[in-house]
Design a protein around this ligand. Structure first.
Ligand code: HMG
Length: 389
């Protein structure tokens, strides 16, 4: 039985900062951002947007298309949790008026948790082939103002329907995975910005890729030339390109600039203008590849490398299914990305410093442009959400 991703829907904030604006504010040559790390814009969530509103907005299209009726498992992967006890997915379940017969839980392991959720969902469908799972991965990537990580900030969520006989991408069973206890990036409960040992994190990302690939290749006998495209976890697009170059060098596989471009470029397009979406990042890459590739991807094999600091990595593969183009949300994604509002530096800093009040008081948040749901305020220690459409 084939199991995999049946539909994929992406949502990001309606606001962004051009990295030219950030470069001017930090007195940095903008080419460090545009070329050095390969990023052009970063998505910034306004005060009335959080992982719940972004996750629900991503899944809203699926609900509108009647795709959530057979969902009995909702996994929400995030490292931007809003509550120590209640799962973000339960709020989403309520906002989307999903069936009560549903298991719902939140998963965490930095940017890797989206892949953990996908693999668990596949296991659920294998046992319940007539049922579906909804996997949501969503995050806000936030570093200190003026820190080296600042230009890689971003936000977004991806909602994926996981089923038997998937219409988009069959996920193949063999996987190489690797865990090692390291401190390359983390966020203690008392901080709203991540801490990171930047250069070290890029080294661990690559080490974990090599280890995951070694296992995967041992299990499958496949070589890098058996893949048509790759989707990497994308903290910044240059990281994915460098990692692939490194893997090829290690395996003595020849790789010219044009080849690298044709293997990766379409998967990098959305991330370059949204920034890091942590747990959602690699799936934003998949949506970008499926939506924007000019060639017909039917039957093509995609290699996936998922990485979450701390760290866990996984290499696996998927095969694009016939007719996949008919079930994409590419036009919606394009419209969303084209219609965003650019922020000035001062607007960015004001939003950054707004924060969610932690004083236990009553709060009503200013209304910005959001998707179908917004985080309207806090009352009696409870987050309140409202429907905008
Ligand atoms: P930095 O140290 O300020 O940057 O920040 P740099 O000085 O290394 O410059 C970056 C690149 O730009 C260099 O290229 C420069 O040469 C180049 P490289 O040597 O690497 O090839 N450059 C220029 N290019 C053209 N024109 C110029 C120019 N100036 C410089 N004028 C760093 C880089 C990655 C450290 C920073 O962005 C950072 O800390 N980011 C956050 C951490 C991160 O993203 N790590 C990635 C791996 S870990 C991961 O992916 C997990 C994560 O997503 C979290 C999770 O799992 O939850 C982060």
């Amino acid at each position: 039985m084939k199991i995999g991703i049946d539909r994929i829907s992406f949502y990001t904030s309606n606001y962004f900062v051009d990295l030219q604006t950030l470069a001017d504010a930090r007195s940095v040559d903008v080419n460090k951002y545009y070329t050095g790390i390969g990023q052009e814009k970063m998505g910034i969530p306004p005060p009335d947007e959080d992982i719940v509103t972004m996750g629900a907005s991503a899944a809203f299209r699926l609900q509108q298309d009647g795709e959530l009726d057979d969902v009995e498992l909702l996994l929400f992967a995030t490292e931007s949790g809003i509550d120590q006890s209640k799962a973000a997915g339960v709020y989403v379940h309520g906002l989307l008026e999903m069936n009560n017969r549903c298991r719902t839980v939140e998963l965490k392991q930095a940017c890797y948790s989206g892949t953990a959720a996908l693999q668990l969902a596949i296991g659920f469908v294998a046992r319940n082939p007539g049922k579906k799972a909804l996997v949501i991965a969503g995050d806000v990537a936030r570093y200190e103002l003026g820190s080296p990580g600042e230009a890689t900030q971003g936000c977004g969520a991806v909602a994926m329907l996981v089923s038997a006989d998937p219409r988009l991408v069959e996920i193949n069973p063999e996987c190489g995975y690797y865990t090692e206890d390291v401190m390359d990036f983390w966020r203690p409960n008392y901080r709203s910005e991540a801490l990171v040992d930047g250069k070290y994190s890029t080294m661990v990302y690559i080490h974990t890729l090599l280890e995951s690939w070694k296992q995967y290749a041992g299990l499958t006998g496949l070589s890098l030339t058996d893949f048509d495209h790759f989707c990497y976890h994308i903290p910044f697009t240059k990281m994915a390109e460098k990692a692939h170059e490194k893997l090829c060098r290690k395996l003595k596989v020849e790789l010219g600039k044009d080849q690298l471009h044709s293997l990766l470029e379409e998967s990098l397009r959305y991330s370059r203008i949204t920034g890091n979406c942590y747990s959602a990042s690699m799936y934003v890459a998949l949506a970008s590849l499926l939506d924007t590739a000019a060639e017909d991807l039917t039957g093509k094999r995609i290699g996936f490398y998922s990485y979450g600091s701390g760290c866990v990595g996984e290499f696996f593969s998927g095969t694009v299914q016939p007719g996949y183009r008919e079930v994409l949300y590419g036009n919606d994604h394009k419209k969303l990305l084209e219609n965003r509002t650019e922020l000035t530096y001062q607007q960015y800093e004001d939003i950054f410093n707004y924060g969610v009040p932690a004083d236990g008081g009553e709060h009503v948040f200013p209304q910005y442009k959001t998707g179908p749901f917004r985080f309207s305020g806090i009352s009696q220690h409870k987050r309140e959400y409202e429907t905008v459409v």
